[in-house]
Design a protein around this ligand. Structure first.
Ligand code: TRP
Length: 444
């Protein structure tokens, strides 16, 4: 069997993991979920979810991956619990479903890059969205985006993924800082910042039940948790790397990029009308922003840069969504990486086609992942690490790091009790929403 490719350095791992984490979730979902759920009130709950639940859960995936040193399915067996392998499989399955609709949105982004250059959306952003988000243009964009993803993954871990993310992630960061600087000059800046940053704790208290599930779902999604990706990536890590330090760096950079996206989006929204109308469903973000770019001076250029950032972020994530199932299949069955990437990418492209029929299909795919698959995966992982492989987990977390025993045992109890309870509540509310959506015909 061929030698497993590994990261060329610890920084290579961090870049790849950040590349996976930083995506449409940060720059597209995060600001608009925030807008839809009361601004700063959502922000507070989201940040709590990221640091209190997301970070410990990332450690859960890291200990499994590094301990197992195998693909995310085989890792469970290597640690000694073969009957838990299905958990890794569930994560891989979630990756496939997610990539299938992620790529459709990636296709919209491509259309908006073109539209920024030609000015096609300036006059009527809503109509433009209607024309690119479903039908032939949507299918075309989806296929082009999948081809880009397949191309990078087929080139391999070092030449493809590592090289691409080392360019794209700094690019995203620099361009976002530039746009946030420009946004300070907008008329709506002050108002936008205050909506974004001054939490009204009364709002949080009275909307807790409706804020928590999207905040938790967003926290897991943005950190790429529950998809076996972090298990796979950490399986390439050396024994002397500190898992909490690496994970901390990844969480902080990922959060920083999401926050920066808010510093771009909120001034723009408030310069052209406010946060209302920006919150409802997957399309409104594109409509609200594109409308703003259409009416601001030099909006075409700004729009072009913004959508280019979005494309980089989306690609750096989509390659990791494809990489993990591809490496699993090619390692296990001895197929060539490039052949596997093409075959699997083609299959995923096909699964995504219904999501080009209209935003309600896309919404269904999205909710299926956010409200059902993701929480189930995370719950299983937490139970596995907290209650089944707890000794191995504690030992692995301590390796290569200077955190003491009290940190590792606090983490273990947190993973045993707090994480499952938080996830069960989220799962309950999510399944309720999903089934009432299905019953009321909201999707189909
Ligand atoms: N974190 C990505 C984003 O914010 C999306 C994502 C979720 C992802 N799970 C993933 C990316 C797994 C790669 C692998 O957009």
């Amino acid at each position: 069997m061929a030698q497993r490719e590994t990261w060329t350095s610890r920084i290579g791992f961090i870049f790849a993991a950040v590349g996976s984490a930083v995506g449409l979730g940060n720059i597209w979902s995060f600001p608009f979920q925030t807008a839809a759920n009361g601004g700063a009130a959502f922000l507070v709950v989201y940040l709590a979810a990221v640091f209190l639940i997301g970070f410990p859960t990332m450690m859960v995936e890291f200990v499994i991956g590094r301990r197992g040193e195998q693909n995310p399915v085989a890792s469970f067996g290597k640690i000694g619990y073969n009957n838990w392998s299905f958990t890794g499989g569930l994560g891989l399955f979630s990756s496939l479903i997610t990539l299938s609709f992620y790529s459709v949105v990636g296709g919209w982004v491509l259309s908006y890059i073109v539209g920024s250059a030609t000015g096609a959306y300036f006059a009527d952003a809503g109509a433009y969205f209607g024309s690119v988000a479903s039908g032939p243009t949507a299918i075309g964009g989806h296929l082009v985006f999948m081809l880009l993803t397949i191309g990078i993954v087929a080139s391999g871990v070092t030449d493809g993924i590592e090289r691409a993310t080392k360019v794209m992630i700094p690019g995203v960061l620099v361009l976002l800082v530039a746009l946030a600087g420009w946004a300070t000059t907008l008329d709506g800046a002050t108002e936008g910042y205050s909506y974004y940053l001054s939490p009204d704790f009364g709002v949080i208290a009275s909307n807790f039940g409706s804020i928590v599930p999207p905040a938790m779902g967003q926290a897991f999604f943005t950190l790429s948790l529950g998809f076996s990706v972090m298990i796979a990536y950490s399986s390439y890590l050396g024994r002397d790397d500190s898992l909490p330090a690496d994970g901390g760096a990844i969480v902080v950079v990922n959060t920083l990029i999401a926050l920066l996206a808010g510093f771009v989006v909120f001034p723009i929204l408030f310069a052209t009308g406010g946060a209302e109308g920006a919150g409802g469903g997957p399309g409104t973000a594109f409509v609200a922003l594109a409308g703003a770019f259409g009416s601001l001076p030099a909006g075409g250029i700004i729009g072009f840069v913004f959508f280019a950032i979005l494309l980089f972020a989306a690609l750096s994530s989509s390659i990791s969504l494809l990489e993990v199932p591809v490496s699993y299949v090619s390692e296990n069955h001895g197929y060539k990486r490039s052949t596997t990437a093409v075959a699997m990418g083609g299959l995923i492209a096909l699964i995504g086609v219904p999501a080009t029929f209209g935003t309600s299909w896309l919404g269904f795919y999205n909710d299926l992942v956010f409200k059902l698959l993701l929480p189930i995966s995370v719950l299983l992982l937490a139970v596995f690490v907290g209650w089944v492989a707890d000794r191995e987990a504690i030992d692995e977390l301590g390796r290569g790091s200077s955190v003491g025993d009290s940190f590792t045992s606090a983490w273990l109890w947190w993973v045993r009790l707090v994480v499952p309870v938080a996830v069960i509540v989220t799962l309950y509310l999510g399944v309720k929403a999903l089934s009432s959506g299905l019953a009321s015909g909201a999707y189909f």
